[in-house]
Design a protein around this ligand. Structure first.
Ligand code: COA
Length: 413
């Protein structure tokens, strides 16, 4: 299908992605180091799971600071007075009541009239936010909606889930002036009450039945694809590339094989999904941000021009809810992306030893309301300065006079 034909197919007002911001913590663990420390063959992590590194946030970063840094990047060329709503999607929230969105709203000095709230449904929360944002923009095309997806994927030390940890944040500006991708209006959805992955309020780590989760993920893919194709009349061949939710990159291969089988394609073409995996392979899982980091990787690392191509997107959130939808890459999309900024982030990261990673992992803020000041680590634009009276205190990282270049653990004061 040509771009013009695809345009005719869509009667929905032009709503889509105007800009993207990505933030990755400055510290990472090599999965080869982790494999050696845990007595596992490194090939299991690099080939069997498809991960090379996992991002680790230092003690003065959390979903608020990561999300604010991603949003800061996404808003660089955007008129913030038009940001009417900020939706923060996360499953590693910092408060049971106050939305992480409010902290971000303050850090970015967004207009007081901008509504700000948090949504949750595991890794699919960001996609629920996206669908909500599309409806809001279609209803009032002069508004822009900022979506922030940020998470820290945490499983127990030494567990099977440990190599599939990671952290990161991705922000999208959704508007009626999309510069990167037009989002299409036909969606397929799937919901089923299952216990494949969850985190009770009293636990800091997720509980996961990994093998069951893979099974349910694949079932949800088939079901949501069926509804999506019924509603849109589109077939596999109408899609040029495919992005999948990535708890680990090998999952994309499993998912794509299933879609190819389901739609009776003669063979799997890895180029249909491979470019969407580069960033996640060195970031790890970032739950709500993961699918959209995959999309950013596809758009920024595919050498050929993607203009006019339809991208299929599959979002999965354990528990579970899933969605299949699609978007069309717009002319000039490359000018709206900043692969140089992301490459610079990756290049400036610090490699943690396993001992340093375990110190970061076990670091805890006081839970008794006492005052605590975090040591400055290498962070993005914003950092968690400390806590006092059960309040989290955030600041702009530039205000610091001393920036630690090497990993340090915060000390209580
Ligand atoms: N070289 C190459 N591949 C190897 C290997 C080696 N030396 N050793 C094992 N592998 C392969 C296995 O064959 C398997 O491949 P397969 O999936 O094609 O069968 C893969 O590595 C994983 O190993 P396995 O032993 O089956 O799994 P595990 O018990 O280590 O668990 C996960 C893997 C992914 C299930 C686990 O890390 C997990 O639960 N992660 C969390 C997932 C999640 O977050 N889900 C919820 C959101 S969707």
């Amino acid at each position: 299908m040509t771009y013009q034909m695809i345009e005719m197919h869509n009667q929905f007002p032009e709503v889509g992605i105007e800009s993207i911001g990505l933030y990755v913590p400055r510290y990472f663990v090599s999965l080869d180091d982790l494999a050696h420390a845990r007595g596992v063959d490194p090939m299991k992590f690099s080939v069997g799971i498809g991960q090379e590194q996992m991002a680790v946030p230092p003690p003065d970063e959390d979903v608020v600071t990561m999300g604010a840094s991603a949003a800061h990047e996404a808003l660089r060329d955007v008129d913030t007075s038009r940001i009417d709503t900020l939706i923060f999607a996360t499953e590693s929230g910092v408060d049971q009541s106050k939305a992480a969105a409010i902290y971000v709203h303050h850090l970015l000095q967004l207009p007081r009239r901008c509504k700000s709230f948090e949504v949750k449904q595991a890794c699919c929360g960001s996609t629920a936010a996206l669908q909500m944002a599309m409806a809001m923009v279609a209803q009032k095309p002069d508004r822009k909606v900022l979506i922030v997806a940020a998470d820290v994927a945490r499983y127990g030390l030494g567990t099977a889930g440990e190599p599939t940890q990671g952290a990161g944040a991705l922000a999208l500006v959704i508007s009626a002036q999309p510069r990167i991708m037009k989002l299409e209006s036909e969606w397929g959805s799937y919901t089923e009450d299952v216990m494949d992955f969850w985190r009770p309020n009293y636990l800091d780590e997720a509980v996961v039945d990994g093998k069951y989760s893979i099974k349910i993920y694949l079932k949800a893919l088939s079901e949501s694809w069926a509804q999506y194709t019924e509603e849109s009349g589109l077939a596999f061949a109408d899609h040029h590339r495919f992005c999948y939710h990535l708890p680990f990159t090998r999952m994309a291969e499993k998912a794509h094989r299933q879609l190819v089988k389901l739609t009776d394609q003669p063979e799997v073409h890895p180029e249909h999904y491979e470019d969407a995996l580069h960033y996640n392979r060195v970031i790890g899982n970032s739950y709500t941000a993961s699918l959209y980091i995959g999309l950013t990787s596809l758009l920024e690392t595919t050498e050929s021009d993607l203009t006019g191509q339809r991208i299929g997107l599959f979002s999965y959130g354990s528990g579970c809810m899933a969605a299949y939808f699609s978007g069309i890459v717009l002319p000039g999309y490359r000018e709206a992306l900043r692969p140089d900024r992301i490459a610079a982030q990756f290049q400036s990261r610090h490699r943690l030893s396993i001992e340093q990673y375990e110190e970061y992992y076990t670091h805890e803020l006081p839970r008794d309301g006492s005052r605590y000041v975090t040591t400055a680590h290498d962070t993005g634009q914003f950092r968690l300065a400390g806590v006092e009276g059960h309040k989290r205190l955030y600041e702009r990282a530039e205000s610091l006079t001393v920036r630690a270049r090497e990993p340090h653990i915060a000390v209580a004061m």
